[in-house]
Design a protein around this ligand. Structure first.
Ligand code: HEC
Length: 123
């Protein structure tokens, strides 16, 4: 009798565990708006996606008033987008960010690509 109870309890735990496990697996795939879906670019904005990348990976060097590029403001970034150097350094040569800042992730590069493809709007 005691054993049956233990087995039943074990089964309940197993069922609950496997359910939460499945739920856990669904979270990453659904919270990944930039993975190459055709509409994924529509959600990319300067304020929400690009500015945070600038602040975490660029602004330590490209600070306010830096003649090599001020990446702390939209107009500073846009200046380098318009002269072509932004795309060249970040997406083509991938020489920015410079060490010791670690390279951008694939996801970050995709977000920047999306934003540039849309004409780098201030949104
Ligand atoms: C560790 C310092 C450092 C970091 C971090 C860094 N840069 Fe730079 N960046 C430089 C230096 C130094 C130069 C000038 C020399 C060169 O072009 O390699 C430069 C040049 C550039 C240029 C060319 C400007 C021009 O007028 O030719 C662009 C565009 C640029 N960086 C963008 C970025 C972006 C975007 C990031 C973040 C993803 C970034 N950089 C991160 C140091 C840095």
């Amino acid at each position: 009798m005691k054993n049956n109870l233990l087995i039943a309890a074990g089964l309940v735990v197993l069922v609950i565990f496997s359910c939460t496990n499945k739920k856990g697996k669904m979270v990453p795939s659904s919270s990944n708006p930039t993975s190459s879906g055709t509409n994924s670019c529509d959600t990319i904005t300067y304020a929400k996606h690009i500015a945070p990348i600038m602040s975490s990976s660029c602004n330590s060097c490209h600070s306010s008033g830096n003649p090599l590029g001020d990446m702390t403001t939209y107009s500073g970034v846009k200046l380098k987008v318009d002269d072509g150097s932004f795309k060249q350094k970040v997406l083509v040569d991938k020489t920015m960010p410079k060490s010791p800042v670690s390279p951008l992730s694939q996801k970050q590069l995709e977000m920047i690509q999306c934003w540039l493809d849309k004409g780098a709007p201030n949104n």
